[in-house]
Design a protein around this ligand. Structure first.
Ligand code: MG
Length: 265
């Protein structure tokens, strides 16, 4: 369970219907609507063992930040030509069609020769954000979640734009739920493959922290409730193969777990 002031809010399917609910002891306390629409508890309790987790939000867009940890910039030299410390956040988009929940498979696409997971903290937007000030940034956050910025490195090297490298179906695992009331500023971010640690960092080391990213991005594009901002990955990237089990854990949130499977024919 999270610390007292923090709630874990999941989106899940139970008995054929989709709900939001607050994670409790062995059950989710159902909400009547999304938290950012003022969801209230209905009094129903859905047993955790009988729900299927869904991605905690349905984004209109996923805004990703590249090269936001110093040590990851150093290791990215072979992938990103001329990678240096960015003077402003480096942004790219992933399509909403790439989203999968915790427990769903990452599909290894045909034509990909190197596939990497990237463990990241993601922000779920809760209020429409357009040109917000740094002081108002956090008021637009619904919660925080774990994100895996799955990346096809051979296409990232080959293409000037990263749309193909980052945009395949299943390349945006998100979940298992969002943490509401958790400060984003010094959270451990780890990525494990088959139980062995690959990446470990702290959001304290983000070059552009959450409170700076929301003003920057919202001056370019309006952020809608449910939109995701993936804040970047710490050092330790390495490839995954079909059959591997990938876990992204963010302190205070939980563990996002996905297996790598062969593509659907
Ligand atoms: Mg990334």
């Amino acid at each position: 369970m999270p610390p007292a002031a923090v709630q874990h809010v999941a989106r899940y399917r139970f008995a054929g219907a989709d709900h939001y609910g607050i994670r409790g002891d062995g059950a989710f306390r159902r909400l009547d609507r999304a938290p950012w629409l003022g969801g209230r508890e209905t009094g129903d309790e859905d047993p955790a063992a009988r729900v299927t987790l869904l991605a905690p939000a349905i984004p209109t867009k996923i805004v990703c930040v590249g090269l936001n940890y110093h040590e990851h910039i150093a290791e990215s030299a072979t992938v990103v030509r001329g990678a240096g410390v960015p003077e402003e956040p480096l942004l790219f988009l992933k399509p909403p069609s790439a989203v999968i929940a915790s427990g769903e498979p990452i599909r290894y696409p045909a034509g990909v020769t190197r596939l990497d997971p990237e463990g990241e903290l993601a922000v779920v937007i809760g209020r429409r954000a357009r040109a917000v000030s740094p002081a108002d940034a956090m008021a637009h956050v619904a919660g925080l979640t774990c994100f895996n910025d799955v990346s096809a490195r051979n296409y990232q090297r080959q293409d000037a734009q990263w749309t193909r490298a980052k945009g395949f179906d299943t390349f945006a695992p998100v979940g298992p739920w969002m943490a509401v009331g958790l400060a984003p500023d010094r959270l451990g971010v780890t990525c494990r493959v088959n139980g062995r640690q690959r990446q470990s960092g702290s959001t304290a080391d983000l070059i552009f922290p959450v409170a700076a990213l929301i003003p920057f991005i919202s001056r370019i594009m309006t952020l809608e409730p449910g939109d995701l901002i993936a804040t970047g990955t710490p050092a330790g990237i390495a490839p995954i193969e079909i059959g591997d089990r990938v876990e992204v854990e963010v302190e205070g949130i939980g563990v996002l777990e996905n297996r790598v499977e062969a593509p659907v024919a």
